[in-house]
Design a binder for this molecule. Structure first.
Ligand code: 0X9
Ligand code: ZN
Length: 317
């Protein structure tokens, strides 16, 4: 079992150890890559999983854009572990023969480290020092699709705000690292984990308009709704599929960029709990396991749809 399962959540240090452990235990199948460095110089890790046969299909799972959302590290980490532990049986074996799964469980390590101090447990952003002396850009507002086009409480141009979009698109090294990874690998699908609210969100986030391509919209909705059902079956938790802007509008989030720029099948999953009253960002460590258990079939559904769809099938063109 992992540190996280036994004693609680990963830290920056234990995540690095455990990712190295996974890579070393499966040298034929997994490779740990440093995809960049954070503002404070911490390495940003991505685990590449797959047999590397010049595969065309590639898929990415991201976690922890937001520092306080600790569960969003654990679900993609446990997915990586699951794929490696089950790599000699189908369907995982087949996927890993023909495709690559990239898992980057902690996009914002500086923020995550900062939240280890109880007084800073609810920090959200990265740890950039801003021009006004305040700290932090919201990494999930810093991507370059429709960046900066909204200004308000949920996408702010005020540096001290929790949703500060940054001085320009991709101003943050953590977000540039994801940009460069996605530009290099050309993922067919990208799933980014957050917490909380138990939602499965599809683009657009920046506008209340639906995405224009009707077959993309249908495919995204059907996938999100199937993931809802898969999750509910496990521990009877309700996760709700909807367009992201229906939660609230934001410009510059990850899924808008991966869909808008690359046409990737793009979802944001908000993990446990459902409400602030149930703990909000503070999810007890004994819920890591059940949260992973319910999200496992949903993540595998996402993998299957993205990896097994006919080429161009989701776009229908
Ligand atoms: O605000 C965010 O970045 C995400 N929610 S969180 O509570 N984890 O911070 C939601 C992003 C999804 N996009 C939109 N709601 N537009
Ligand atoms: Zn978040």
């Amino acid at each position: 079992a992992t540190d996280a399962a036994v004693s609680g959540y990963h830290t920056v240090a234990t995540l690095e150890q455990d990712l190295r452990g996974l890579a070393e235990a499966h040298p034929e199948l997994a490779e740990l890559r440093e995809i960049g460095r954070s503002v404070e110089g911490r390495p940003l890790w991505a685990l590449r999983i797959g047999e590397r046969r010049g595969s065309t299909r590639k898929i990415a799972f991201l976690g922890c854009h937001h520092a306080r959302e600790w569960i969003s590290v654990e679900v993609p980490y446990l997915l990586a572990e699951h794929l490696l532990l089950n790599s000699s049986a189908d369907p995982v074996q087949g996927w890993l023969q023909q495709s690559e799964v990239w898992v980057a469980p902690m996009v914002n390590p500086d923020g995550h480290e900062y939240t280890q101090t109880p007084a800073h447990r609810l920090w959200r952003k990265n740890r950039r020092r801003n021009h006004d002396g305040s700290f932090g850009v919201d990494p999930n507002r810093n991507y370059g699709y429709m960046w900066g086009t909204l200004n308000g409480s949920t996408s702010s141009h005020v540096a001290s705000d929790d949703t500060y979009v940054g001085p320009r698109a991709f101003s943050e090294p953590e977000v540039r690292a994801v940009r460069d990874l996605v530009a290099g690998q050309q993922f067919t699908g990208v799933l980014t984990y957050h917490s909380y609210s138990q939602l499965i969100l599809y683009p657009w986030g920046y506008t209340s308009e639906s995405i224009k391509d009707a077959s993309d919209l249908r495919a995204l909705r059907e996938l999100a709704e199937e993931m809802e059902r898969q999750i509910a079956k496990v521990h009877h938790k309700t996760y709700t599929a909807k367009q992201s802007s229906k939660l609230y509008p934001t410009a510059g989030d990850t899924a808008d960029w991966t869909y808008g720029e690359y046409d990737a099948v793009s979802l944001t999953v908000e993990l446990r709990p459902a409400t602030w009253e149930e703990g909000g960002f503070i999810l007890p460590a004994d819920q890591i396991r059940p949260c992973w258990e319910e999200n496992r079939p949903a993540a595998l559904e996402f993998l299957q749809r993205v990896l097994e769809q006919p080429q161009d099938g989701v776009r229908g063109d």
